[in-house]
Design a protein. Structure first.
Ligand code: DGJ
Length: 695
């Protein structure tokens, strides 16, 4: 029984962790505990009753409330901020009851005067050691309530002011850098205001006491399941309490909560481990893999000609790429941008989702059939949310884009953003994309999004204009969800100019994510390491391209084999030996991909923090097979040899490791220094095999 209740105390237990809260003497729903699961329910501490003794240091701001209202003399970050119809801007939430349904706890808070109910939902994901949380707001009155902030969760760390925050930061072409920084007094804000998740920050956090590493140390971590504007406010108060707020971004947010309606926040997830960042990541990997649309289906090795041809696609040239791709062992051939009406450069065509009459006079069918005859699946690129002013769609419906009157419509990459919140836009996209998928044997769609929003207006909407931020994402999910439902066999990729839309929300629609437009072998290692903090390897699409082509094909293949492998190079320019190298590694990848895509990942040595060396290992869930990749970028000699200890083996079983002498126990491989002799820009891949059970 994962949810334990009494009239004043509630405890959520997962396999190894626990989360507890209760009513304190003031009747406030107050956090009690978040950490390792304890032997007895009575072991968990009681709800705190902080005492303050001066008007400025009063108890209100010391109390770790589960969902802090905007009231009393608090000045900590509230989870909620609303304005009632009469202009009152204080929200005074009081406990009003609870209910347990389907192992989910629903805590009801009601405003002390106004007709607002906030239901806090807690769902312990027992086997994943995670807690899922969100809030449902209900207006039971007869006048609207204006919502200005509604976070999904406030997560409280044990009292203390010596925490370190880890998060992911970057920019286009350079995403997912791991940042580890002490939390100092005040509030650290991470956010997106761009209408999509963004390349710059990711709705993910990990907090430790400053000394955790990949294998040890307490880590509290979490993420938000949302693909639009989001916010993390990590607050260290002046009273030594640390809390992480996570949810929709309140910047420019507004929602009219009409009488008798609900508003449900995105879901937030968080977990605790004493086993470092590696265990935290594996927890998230397992959970994310549990809900991917195609579950544990192995991803095919794909070819995409974008970086070779850009917009210059037509039947004959694509056929040529397809034939070479087939010979390399490619299983899925994807045609990228440039195939649709009027699309010769980035200045025209977006919105007109039918094959360009000049390039594809007989539609896509001849190419699709050719690809299928070669024995490969066919995939296609689309960018549904966008429109070029030079398109039939825009000429017919200039009002369909996000815009304000009397303001310019700022273009980026010569395109504007369609207002996905509009039902007519949704219907148009569903109709045209459904037609494409119905008429052609398309097994894979790359859904791209190549700009952020500007002038976020919706002039024809009569309600609260600022609802656009949320309604846009709901519209996106609706279109994508409808297409998924009609074409369940299609695998979808979430791309936003690389990793601009990588989040748990989109992974309910897409099976994989285009990690970054940066595909060179060296810096890419760190991008992939950052991505892996939250996302499993099967969601990480990784191509070998011609970027950093001074590196060997082998090195570049090894980098991309660490995820869901693809090739994006101009393979017509590859000489015979390069093709042979690629072919060899594609065959090896097919042999080990189930371990990489579905196994446990161990980051043995960090490319971002580890100098010129890095290593990453994947083990099958049953610990019988593994694979370890080691890389050396540039580091001047002389240097001690690079050595790693393997991880995740059964200590008692016997294993061999390719390239190393002997049969050793798992314990030995995990304790001895396994030396890799690598020259600059050299890499290696070694297979790990269990050869016998332990004695
Ligand atoms: C950005 C993507 O990240 C690229 O892979 C490619 O699909 C281009 N868009 C096409 O316009």
């Amino acid at each position: 029984m994962p949810v334990h209740t009494s009239n004043t105390n509630w405890i959520l237990e997962t396999s190894n962790t626990a989360y507890a809260f209760g009513l304190n003497e003031a009747g406030l729903l107050t956090h009690r505990y978040w950490g390792a699961r304890l032997p007895r329910l009575s072991d968990y501490p009681p709800a705190p009753n902080p005492q303050g003794w001066a008007s400025f240091n009063n108890p209100a701001q010391l109390t770790p409330e589960e969902y802090t209202g905007n009231n009393d003399v608090k000045f900590v970050e509230p989870a909620i901020k609303v304005t009632f119809a009469d202009g009152v801007r204080v929200t005074e939430l009081q406990f009003a009851g609870y209910e347990v349904k389907d192992e989910t706890l629903f805590m009801t808070l009601k405003d002390s005067f106004y007709p607002l109910t906030v239901t806090l939902v807690y769902h312990p994901l027992v086997e994943y050691d995670l807690i899922e949380r969100y809030a449902i707001l209900h207006n039971s009155g007869d006048q609207s309530i204006a919502l200005e902030r509604v976070f999904s969760a406030q997560w409280h760390l044990p009292y203390g002011d010596k925490y370190r925050l880890s998060h992911l930061a970057g920019r286009w072409f350079d995403e997912f850098h791991i940042i580890r920084e002490p939390l100092t007094k005040g509030t650290k804000i991470l956010e997106s205001r761009r209408i999509h998740t963004s390349h710059h920050h990711n709705p993910y956090f990990a907090v430790d006491r400053g000394s955790a590493d990949e294998e040890q140390g307490e880590v509290w971590f979490g993420a938000l399941e949302w693909s639009g504007n989001w916010k993390i406010a990590a607050e260290l108060t002046d009273f030594a309490s640390t809390r992480i707020n996570i949810g929709l971004n309140d910047w420019d947010f507004g929602w009219e909560l009409k009488p008798n309606t609900d508003f449900t926040t995105p879901h937030a997830y968080a977990g605790y481990t004493a086993n470092g960042f590696g265990a935290a990541s594996r927890t998230m990997h397992d959970y994310i893999r549990s809900f991917l649309p195609h579950g544990n289906t192995l991803h095919k090795v794909l070819y995409n000609s974008w970086e070779a041809t850009t917009f210059n696609v037509d039947v004959e040239s694509q056929k040529r790429y397809a034939e070479i791709a087939k010979n390399l062992g490619i299983e899925l051939f994807v045609m990228d941008d440039g195939w649709f009406q009027g699309r010769n450069l980035d200045n025209a065509g977006l919105g007109d989702w039918w094959p360009d009459a000049k390039k594809f006079p007989h539609g896509l069918q001849p190419l699709v059939e050719h690809v299928n005859k070669l024995g490969m699946d066919f995939g296609l690129w689309v960018e549904p949310e966008m429109v070029n002013p030079d398109s039939d769609l825009y000429r017919a419906h200039p009002d369909w884009v996000i815009h304000f009157p009397n303001r310019q419509r700022s273009e980026a990459r010569k395109q504007l953003v369609l207002n996905m919140a509009r039902a007519d836009v949704q219907a148009y996209l569903i109709e045209h994309l459904d037609k494409l998928l119905t008429e052609n044997n398309i097994m894979f769609i790359k859904w791209d999004m190549n700009r952020t929003v500007s002038e976020p207006g919706w002039p024809s909407y009569e309600g609260e204009q600022r609802e656009i931020w949320v309604r846009y994402v709901e519209g996106l999910y609706h279109v994508w969800g409808t297409l998924r439902q009609r074409h369940p066999h299609v695998i979808w990729q979430s791309c936003s100019g690389g990793g601009g839309r990588a989040d748990m929300g989109i992974l309910h629609y897409a099976d994989q994510i285009w990690t970054s437009d940066y595909t060179g072998g060296t810096s890419r290692l760190a991008i992939q390491e950052g991505f892996s903090q939250l996302f499993p390897a099967n969601t990480m699409e990784a191509w070998v391209t011609d970027m950093e082509s001074n590196l060997s094909v082998t090195f570049r293949m090894h980098v991309s084999m660490c995820g869901s492998l693809g090739i994006g190079a101009n393979i017509t320019h590859w000489n015979e030996s390069e093709q042979a190298e690629a072919k060899k590694w594609i065959a090896v990848y097919k042999d080990v991909r189930s371990i990489i895509q579905l196994g446990d990942q161990y980051r043995l040595h960090s490319p971002q923090f580890g100098g010129g060396f890095s290593a990453v290992q994947y083990m099958s869930k049953d610990k019988s097979e593994g694979v370890v990749f080691a890389f050396r970028t540039h580091i001047p000699d002389p240097i001690n040899p690079f050595a790693v200890q393997l991880r995740g083996l059964d200590p008692d079983a016997l294993y061999t490791v390719e390239g190393f002498e002997g049969v050793r126990s798992g314990a030995a491989w995990m304790n001895i220094q396994n030396v890799f002799k690598l020259a600059n820009f050299e890499s290696t891949v070694r297979r790990i095999k269990k050869v016998a059970l332990g004695e």
